[in-house]
Design a protein around this ligand. Structure first.
Ligand SMILES: [Ca+2]
Ligand SMILES: [Ca+2]
Length: 261
């Protein structure tokens, strides 16, 4: 085996090894102490509602579950109108916010209350004024609504993971009716939406209540150690070792770092 042939084959290895050795004092602004920061961004998901409809006191036996609009009004030609909406929360940990978003299509200058509806057995296909479940306490309110805008109703307090949530929108006294797009409206993007926000890093395997997840101290994993060089694959024949050490010695004392960077 000739030495020339050996050196030619070893040269790429020698250069790869000698450069980091010779330049070890140059420093590395992106060196091995760089750490992986903790990720804490919020995540959101959007779901549809399962049922939505409205009821009219003056047509107490009529169902409006397939109508393209959801109506509420304190006095519509002598009738009261109330909107009912129902949805089921997915199973999630770290829920920080739940909003029901409704697209307004008829402006009101008057206020409306969003009332809890504990009985969630109603369906949009059978709901009427006569059989509507009872209204509970007020969860939130809105003072007015403009056609073409989204009304966002904060239901975080009643929308736990996995829960079925039903609410009603009821006039706070106004006779200025409000209309919203329903789940049957032709434009999908204007139908009712439920936007759920969760805190990242609070997930994992759970086991404890997720309601205090904002204090989670989950830390990022430590960075992996740098890989070792490929020395193990260098040929082990004695003549190759000799040739390699000669080249390394030359590279360390040479001008490997003399070029500008
Ligand atoms: Ca409907
Ligand atoms: Ca109106």
């Amino acid at each position: 085996m000739s030495l020339g042939y050996t050196i030619k084959n070893v040269l790429p290895w020698a250069l790869a090894l000698s450069l980091p050795l010779a330049c070890s004092t140059a420093g590395d602004p992106e060196g091995s102490d760089e750490h992986i920061g903790q990720v804490s961004e919020a995540l959101t998901s959007t779901i549809s509602v399962s049922d939505d409809s409205y009821v009219r006191s003056g047509s107490a036996g009529t169902n409006y579950g397939s109508a393209a609009a959801l109506l509420a009004d304190g006095d519509d030609a002598g009738s009261e109108l109330q909107t009912y909406v129902k949805f089921t929360m997915p199973t999630l940990s770290g829920i920080t916010n739940v909003k029901l978003r409704l697209r307004c299509s008829n402006t009101t200058a008057g206020a409306y209350n969003v009332r809890s509806v504990a009985n969630t057995s109603w369906t949009e296909g059978s709901l009427t004024w006569n059989n509507k479940p009872a209204l509970g306490s007020t969860i939130t309110s809105f003072p007015s609504a403009a056609s073409g805008s989204w009304v966002e109703l904060d239901l975080t307090s009643v929308a736990a993971s996995g829960a079925t949530v039903s609410v009603a929108i009821v006039s706070a006294g106004t006779g200025d009716g409000v209309d919203f797009r329903s789940s049957e409206y032709s434009t999908t993007g204007e139908r009712p939406q439920v936007v759920i926000t969760t805190s990242d890093g609070a997930g994992g395997t759970g086991g404890t209540s997720s309601t205090t997840s904002t204090t989670s101290t989950t830390t990022g994993g430590t960075g992996g150690t740098g890989g070792t060089g490929g020395i193990g694959t260098v040929p082990t024949e004695a003549n190759l070792k000799i040739a390699l050490s000669e080249i390394l010695r030359t590279a360390r004392t040479g001008a490997a770092c003399s070029s500008s960077r």
